[in-house]
Design a protein around this ligand. Structure first.
Ligand code: TYM
Length: 318
């Protein structure tokens, strides 16, 4: 690792196929920043246990997400690619943070409030979620966390937690910054709400051509003007706005034509990445080896930090 570079860390839950919201909101930045930062990219499997409680599905999702990471261009020679459960320090540090954090404070987290508003029965894992995420980030002396806007509060909670620990026990945690690009902070789904697996409004990142056609044709349009907003908002991820301006003027009110033009652009973009993914799928042993090696590298860094934490809180006697 290059000491002169800043440290970057981010993660994705292996909770199903990633979509273009994940890609443009976060993953694209992972690829772009991996040459200028010391990077850690995680598969946050312990976070995903809150929603995936089927071992077979979990195993497959983890492998799939590792392949996705490689297919978008993450390079194990440049970056540490690993899964959270391979580094026990994450859950250990989360516990210590939980002893410092109050229930009223965590009750203000959006994810918890959303679940509560839906009258869901909320697991302790969902409630404590931000503590595990704080541990993920703080174990690696992270400077920057590229994420979409929905994770902003989690990074703020991470900073608060680091400050609290530093105040009580002495300065050992660096305060990280969220890296959120304004123009892609919230990618809309095909119904105009935030694109999200849980809303079923996604365009999966590695869609087949048929899936792309179905999703784009399903984009909700209103008949109020010439420019279908939801189509345009997704289209501008794939083509420059100056290009689009011409097209949308020419085809004003012709929603079907505009959707067809979007289909062409999405296919052009996803096709090569999907081919790369198909290649990688043929050698899952190689992918598992990358994950295992990444876990070994991450563990070295995290265990060192965890040892300092144990010393600071007074449980390290030998
Ligand atoms: P997750 O798995 O829900 O999402 C992965 C990343 O995709 C971004 N994202 C979006 N960005 C823009 N528009 C959207 N519609 C959209 N939907 C998703 C998310 O903001 C995220 O960056 N808690 C995290 C995982 C995590 C993590 C971490 C991230 C655990 N530990 C440490 C960073 C650092 C999550 O659930 O992301």
């Amino acid at each position: 690792m290059d000491k002169s570079q800043k440290t970057l860390l981010s993660g994705i839950q292996p909770s199903g196929r990633p979509h273009i919201g994940n890609y443009f909101g976060a993953m694209k930045q992972f690829v772009e920043m991996q040459s200028s930062h010391d990077c850690y990219f995680m598969i946050v499997d312990y976070h995903a246990l809150n929603t995936i409680q089927d071992a077979k599905v979990m195993r497959q999702n983890i492998l799939d997400l590792a392949i996705d990471y490689l297919a978008i261009g993450l390079d194990p020679k440049k970056s540490v690619i690993f899964k959270q459960s391979d580094v026990a320090a994450h859950t250990e540090l989360a516990w210590i943070f939980e002893t410092l954090t109050t229930m009223p404070y965590l009750s203000r987290a959006h994810a918890y409030k959303d679940s509560e508003a839906k009258n869901k029965e909320i697991s302790v894992g969902v409630f404590n979620y931000p503590m595990l995420m704080a541990a993920d980030i703080l174990l690696y002396n992270t400077d920057v966390v590229p994420v979409g806007a929905d994770q902003k509060q989690h990074v703020e909670i991470t900073r608060d937690t680091a400050e609290k620990f530093n105040r009580i026990y002495g300065d050992i945690f660096k305060l990280p910054e969220a890296h959120i690009l304004a123009n892609v902070a919230v990618i809309p789904g095909i119904d105009g709400r935030k694109m999200s697996k849980s809303y079923g409004n996604t365009i999966p990142l590695f869609s087949t051509d048929e899936e792309i056609e179905k999703a784009v044709m399903g984009i909700v349009t209103d008949s109020s003007g010439g420019v279908p907003k939801n189509v345009y908002e997704i289209h501008k991820l794939f083509r420059s706005e100056s290009d689009l301006m011409k097209l949308y003027e020419e085809k004003a009110g012709k929603y079907k034509d505009l959707k067809e033009a979007l289909i062409v652009d999405v296919k052009k973009f996803i096709g090569p990445m999907r081919d790369r993914r198909d290649e990688l799928t043929k050698d899952s042993d190689a992918v598992l080896k990358i994950l295992r090696d990444g876990g070994d590298r991450a563990r070295k860094v995290a265990d060192k930090k965890m040892d300092e934490v144990r010393e600071k809180v007074g449980v390290k006697l030998y």
